[in-house]
Design a protein around this ligand. Structure first.
Ligand SMILES: N[C@@H](CCC(=O)N[C@@H](CS)C(=O)NCC(=O)O)C(=O)O
Length: 243
């Protein structure tokens, strides 16, 4: 029995949903309302000490970190395989996940202004201070402070956009060998990149996910979206999907 605590718009949650759908695994869905800070509640922190989504509960045991969850799913349910066979390529896959994880702050700059900012700006200073106290990491405390009181500037957005476009540059090179990020086949590295490319294509730098700017990424993205699992994983439009 699997339970997924996740969010429809959350990139890390989208990875895990895509992985579950690729494997044809069913799960009970628990949508976490980030505007209500449900992910910082004492109950949730017991299953995810970082206070972020997603968390997978499998047979009563919680697991956090979307990349780790995808690898766990692939080890537990090997068919169809989503990791390359050789240790070297598996290591390369993990490096992609790690690299993309490190870019999450750049997505926050764009993502949080849509839904979280409206809510967070209405909190009084006392409310904000009380909420921030429950956030386990300094980095995310700062992100909530920014969204509530000091929205990211145009310059900060440009810098974040630049770092995300560099991801596309890096992918463009890697895709030359086989059309997939690692080895000869679709893997968790591709799954890890998909939610980021979705947001870049949708809002952040759509002109960059194109035949003109990054032709291999554009082809890869078309193949990713054509996969039946992709449609089921609910990568719905960021701005209009319900929480
Ligand atoms: N490295 C983590 C990142 C998880 C993460 O940052 N999740 C975001 C949503 S995509 C979140 O919970 N943000 C809410 C917050 O930081 O308060 C993973 O891959 O699971």
């Amino acid at each position: 029995m699997m339970i997924l605590h996740h969010g429809n718009r959350s990139s890390a949650s989208r990875r895990v949903r895509l992985c579950l759908e690729e494997k044809g695994l069913s799960y009970e869905s628990h949508v976490v309302d980030m505007t209500r800070l449900e992910h910082h509640s004492p109950e949730y922190l017991k299953i995810n000490p970082l206070g972020v989504i997603p968390t997978l509960i499998h047979d009563g045991r919680p697991l956090h970190e979307s990349g780790t969850i995808c690898e766990y799913l692939d080890e537990s349910f090997p068919d169809p395989p989503l990791r390359p066979e050789t240790p070297y390529e598996r290591a390369e896959m993990r490096n992609w996940i790690r690299h993309i994880d490190g870019l999450i702050g750049n997505l926050i700059v764009f993502n949080w202004r849509h839904h979280l900012q409206k809510v967070a700006q209405q909190w009084s200073d006392e409310e904000l201070a009380a909420k921030i106290k429950n956030i386990p990491s300094k980095e995310r405390q700062e992100a909530w402070l920014r969204v509530a009181r000091k929205p990211y500037t145009e310059e900060e957005r440009d810098a974040a956009r630049g770092r995300l476009v560099q991801l596309l540059d890096r992918m463009e090179q890697a895709l030359a060998a086989s059309g997939w990020l690692v080895g000869q086949a679709y893997s968790i590295a591709d799954i890890a990149a998909a939610p980021f490319v979705k947001r870049i294509d949708e809002e952040i730098a759509p002109d960059q996910v194109s035949q003109k700017a990054h032709p291999r990424v554009a082809d890869w993205w078309a193949r990713m979206q054509a996969r039946p699992a992709f449609a089921r994983a609910n990568f719905g439009p960021f701005v209009t999907t319900l929480a």
